[in-house]
Write a new protein. Structure first.
Length: 383
């Protein structure tokens, strides 16, 4: 999470959704633009690669799907690890509508080349496979949040693929051990080595509808098993805990962007967990010191070592309604409580920071106005 990782403001496509997803690895950034019009195909989508030389970022290449068509929404989720990029396209039709796909690109020198297209072995209509993607070495995880598990509608799933270059194979399909209808398991995913985390932000906890949860899986050999289900100690209905997830080693951060903080409706929060042995324990609840109603703090999260960054995409800065902000927290060790390290500036700039995250965010539609319209985000089957 390099504070110098900035790139110039670029408006791409009619709907200007450049930045819907972002990821960083070393001196390379990938930015998704899922609504980009490509060859007159509305919302076919694209992803842009930028590289850093010294303190300057320049565009290296624009990535598009070789077989892309309108409404594929390629780039809704992106991730990068070294010279490999994965880009999700949940609108991809494979015999049926919106089954979804993910594309693997690799770099040789300065040129990125599409190597293969990943699809679920049991794909069906409206699975939305590719809504979320993450990559760690030779392992990818891809969320299919509207996948039905037998007769259980929209329970959701996530798929593990392993490989390199053009040769990737599906290793396992992950489902929640206690999954239920409309959990939206797989809306967010993250992976670090042999551990993966999957968010299910509409998972009901007892009488608390849509409180949300996240599931941790670990791999032994070629088999993934559920290690623990994570829920917020103080969780409540409609928190949407699990809308965003991130992992680095033994540290997990989970966003709950609809969490009410005191009297502040949907101010949002994020939760930090640490693993000791095989047990995950909640270490801290993160909130913005200057938080207000409908900030949606926790809409995106990332963790790298002892540094955590949390997005608040509806945060009003000064007189700029819904400008958005990102908050950085730091710890001296992964098991301690993160503390804020900076306060977002009230001065807008034309070079927004590229936020490193493998996890796409859930972005409810709202009309930017000077006066906030306080409301609970609606359920969204399609991001």
């Amino acid at each position: 999470m390099d504070a110098s990782a900035e790139t110039s403001w670029i408006r791409c496509g009619q709907w200007r959704h450049f930045g819907i997803s972002v990821a960083i690895s070393g001196d390379t950034i990938v930015v998704g633009n899922h609504a980009d019009m490509v060859d007159n195909n509305s919302s076919q989508g694209s992803a842009y690669v930028f590289v850093r030389n010294g303190t300057t970022w320049t565009q290296q290449q624009k990535l598009t799907a070789s077989d892309g068509i309108a409404n594929d929404v390629f780039g809704r989720g992106v991730d990068i690890d070294g010279d490999t990029i994965i880009a999700g396209a949940w609108g991809y039709d494979l015999g049926s509508t919106n089954q979804g796909a993910a594309y693997i690109f690799t770099r040789s020198g300065t040129v990125w080349t599409e190597r293969t297209i990943l699809t679920a072995s049991d794909a069906s209509a409206n699975d939305f496979f590719g809504q979320s993607v993450a990559l760690s070495g030779n392992t990818a995880i891809i969320g299919a949040y509207a996948d039905n598990n037998g007769p259980v509608g929209d329970q959701g799933s996530a798929y593990i693929f392993v490989g390199s270059g053009a040769n990737w194979t599906e290793q396992q399909r992950l489902v929640a051990s206690d999954g239920a209808a409309s959990d939206i398991f797989g809306y967010s995913v993250a992976i670090s080595g042999e551990t993966a985390v999957v968010g299910a932000y509409q998972d009901d906890q007892g009488a608390n509808s849509d409180q949300g949860s996240a599931y941790v899986y670990v791999r032994s050999g070629t088999t993934w098993t559920e290690q623990q289900k994570l829920i917020a100690v103080d969780g409540a209905a409609d928190d949407y805990f699990g809308n965003a997830v991130a992992i680095d080693g033994n540290a997990v951060v989970i966003g709950a962007y609809s969490d009410d903080i005191g009297a502040n409706f949907t101010q949002g929060s994020a939760y930090a967990y640490n693993r000791s042995g095989s047990t995950w324990t909640q270490q801290a609840k993160l909130t913005a010191a200057d938080g207000e109603e409908q900030d949606y703090f926790g809409s995106s999260v990332a963790v790298d070592g002892t540094t955590v960054i949390v997005g608040a995409f509806f945060d009003t800065i000064g007189t700029n309604a819904l400008q958005g902000s990102a908050h950085v927290f730091a710890t001296t060790n992964p098991a301690s409580t993160p503390t804020p390290t900076n306060t977002p500036t009230a001065t807008p700039t034309n070079t927004p920071t590229a936020t490193p995250t493998a996890t796409p965010t859930n972005t409810p539609t709202a009309t930017p106005t000077a006066t906030r319209q306080i409301r609970r985000p609606p359920r969204q089957r399609r991001p």
